[in-house]
Write a protein that binds this ligand. Structure first.
Ligand SMILES: Cc1ncc(C[n+]2csc(CCOP(=O)(O)OP(=O)(O)O)c2C)c(N)n1
Length: 632
């Protein structure tokens, strides 16, 4: 019987010997590699936290003690040893285990996550609540060095010190975000790791100070001041100490003996403590150790070669954006690119290689990225801020207050707009059309395919105010991308097909399925107009007026929540214009998309694929017949 077979809950770890724990770590690694090779997932981060997780659960007493994971993409070991081993093969599948902590899934999951930088704030809140309730348990936040670059993490640390709460922050430092980590904090952590330079400097300076005469008030106080500032520079972790944390580390993150020993001591403390743990991303799987960026979030792959299965097909929207960005930047040196720790994911990596002086990876700091772009725009640059739709939520006020109110020409490129698939509810980019529609001056566009994307990017860069360019995850439609890039007329839609019975108004990823639906409906005698709206804001009002004079029935389709989205915009327009005789059905998503899974499955589930759109059209056509009967 393997050690893993004997483990159901963390209490089963407590009686294991060190040797058995090490064997267990190996077995868990094997299981993670096997399952992720079939389901896809966050392989490298999880391989890096096997021992850390085992040691935490060995020493702390979850779920009584609260373990709060930052981002939560590193919780596979945690899931396996907290009662979910048997379901682990359903990871990220439709109706399977989530790839992130989920309170509805387990009592051991203390906080739903997916976005980074939340753990310290959430854990501090839990520690405060514990004290109010006179309870005794421990609270532990686990945060990576990449996530530590987010503004929220600093805000949490800043608040925690003076509160003097009994709580622990584990800093899981692998010197990587998705790509190598960036910024001053990252350099500081690296200096703590090497430590050698500071030890030598301190020794030499102390020698020098000893040689100076000690008498005389002024020289004495000068020496004291110098000694104090040296302490500030050279005490390990002084940055955290100055913020009110007891700093412990750096410690080796794959040595279970060390980890357990340190955590046992830390458990006895009753003040804010930060334990600096050094881990290796991808640990134990050579392909992931060598290329942790590719194996950060990976689709299914072959274990023996490390190669992904499905690499054929049209270019991804991400690639088309990256290529166009590089091309347009060649012609205009005011174009700059900004990413918040996602240079590969957003496709800005190639641009960064070609124009290193005009490329900024600001760390996991979306709020800063947006206001930084505003500053550049004010001085005449044309910033392109490429952020996944879901992560732009973090920077709503910066978009509204720092860009839109001043009508600054910042282009927001939102990859992963709409449903994203296996990453699930925390990652679906299904709110952007709603939250951006209300921002003053904002133009919002969405390409129907990869050939329209370059024109939209060029149009955005020519525009003198803020623009959002939002596109779906994955590969294009396989259409030809024209060599020349046209500029579009802002707010002008494209009528793709004309029919007298009903008009389907579609946006972005829903345009092609709407065309397919129209072809099916034609066989049944229902003739539909299909419009590629291109712009969610401003809407093509002339076209809507014209259509409303010839058809009575409309179906709007969007890969976005219905609340306040594109369809709402159409309804508002008809209402405000006094065009009340039209009937509008809105196809789109509920406010909370609970599900994860393959995109086609999710789109079918929520009725925004061709079949779902056709069904919405049939219903709408039928409903009008009933209304007509009532009138008769
Ligand atoms: C607010 C936010 N921005 C961007 C991301 C995308 N993202 C997921 S993991 C990650 C890097 C995390 O690095 P780190 O915390 O060091 O964890 P590691 O994977 O290295 O263990 C990023 C940028 C996110 N999850 N949340």
């Amino acid at each position: 019987m393997s050690v893993l077979e004997r483990i159901e809950r963390p209490k089963d770890l407590k009686s294991l010997s060190l040797e058995e724990l090490n064997t267990l770590a190996g077995e868990i690694r094997e299981l993670i590699i096997k399952v992720v090779s079939q389901t896809g997932g966050h392989l490298a981060s999880n391989l890096g936290t096997v021992e850390l997780t085992l040691a935490l659960h060995h020493v702390f007493d979850a779920p009584r003690d609260r373990i709060v994971w930052d981002v939560g993409h590193q919780t596979y070991t945690h899931k396996i040893i907290t009662g979910r081993k048997d379901k682990f093969h359903t990871l990220r599948q439709f109706q399977g285990l989530s790839g992130f902590p989920k309170r509805s899934e387990s009592d051991y999951d203390t906080f739903d996550t997916g976005h980074g930088g939340t753990s310290i704030s959430a854990a501090l809140g839990m520690a405060e609540a514990r004290d109010h309730l006179s309870e005794q348990h421990k609270v532990v936040a686990v945060i990576g060095d990449g996530s530590m670059t987010s503004g929220m993490a600093f805000e949490g640390l800043n608040n925690a010190g003076p509160l003097k709460k009994d709580f622990v922050v584990i800093l899981n430092d692998n010197e990587m975000s998705i790509s190598p980590n960036v910024g001053a904090l990252s350099s500081y952590l690296s200096r703590l790791l090497t430590g050698k330079l500071s030890i030598r400097l301190r020794r030499n300076t102390k020698k020098l100070l000893k040689r100076l005469p000690r008498e005389g008030g002024r020289i004495q106080s000068l020496i004291k001041r110098v000694e104090e500032s040296l302490k500030v520079f050279f005490t390990p972790g002084v940055l955290f100490e100055e913020l009110g944390f007891k700093y412990i580390g750096p410690i080796k993150g794959h040595d279970l003996n060390d980890l357990i020993d340190v955590f046992r001591h830390v458990r006895l403390l009753d003040c804010p403590a930060l334990v600096h743990v050094i881990t290796k991303k991808g640990k134990g799987y050579p392909f992931a150790e060598d290329d942790p960026t590719t194996f950060h979030g990976i689709s299914p792959f072959d274990i023996s070669t490390g190669k992904c299965s499905n690499q054929e097909g049209p270019p991804t929207y991400t690639k088309v954006f990256g290529d166009t960005m590089t091309r347009l930047a060649q012609e205009d040196n005011r174009i700059v690119g900004i990413t918040a720790a996602m240079s590969d994911g957003t496709g800005l990596d190639k641009f960064g290689e070609k124009f290193p002086g005009r490329f900024y990876d600001v760390g996991m700091a979306e709020q800063h990225a947006v206001t930084f772009a505003a500053g550049l725009a004010i001085e005449g640059f044309k910033p392109v801020t490429a952020i996944y739709s879901t992560f732009l939520q973090r920077a709503y006020d910066q978009v509204l207050h720092d860009v839109c109110l001043m009508n600054l020409p910042v282009t927001f490129v939102l990859d992963r707009g709409g449903l994203v698939g296996e990453d699930g509810p925390t990652h679906h980019g299904t709110y952007d059309l709603s939250f951006l529609r209300s921002c003053p001056n904002m133009v919002i566009m969405a390409p129907k395919d990869e050939s329209e994307l370059p024109s939209m990017l060029k149009t955005a860069l020519e525009h003198t105010g803020p623009v959002t360019l939002r596109f779906q995850r994955g590969r294009g439609q396989g259409v030809e991308i024209k060599p020349e890039i046209d500029i579009l007329s802002i707010g002008a839609a494209e009528v793709m097909r004309e029919g007298k019975d009903i008009a389907i108004l579609a946006v972005g990823s829903t345009v092609y399925p709407s065309l397919e639906a129209a072809r099916e409906l034609e066989k049944e005698g229902i003739l539909a107009t299909v419009v590629n709206m291109r712009f969610v804001k401003p809407l093509d009002e002339d076209l809507l007026r014209r259509l409303a004079s010839s058809v009575q029935k409309f179906v709007t389709v969007e890969d976005n929540v219905l609340t306040g989205g594109f369809g709402s915009g159409v309804l508002e327009f008809f209402q405000d214009e006094g065009i009340t005789r039209v009937q509008v059905t809105r196809a789109g998503l509920p406010e909370k998309v609970e599900e994860q899974g393959p995109l086609p499955v999710l789109r079918a589930n929520y009725g925004i694929d061709a079949q779902g759109i056709a069904a919405a059209v049939r219903e709408t056509v039928k409903a009008v017949h009933r209304v007509d009967e009532v009138h008769l």
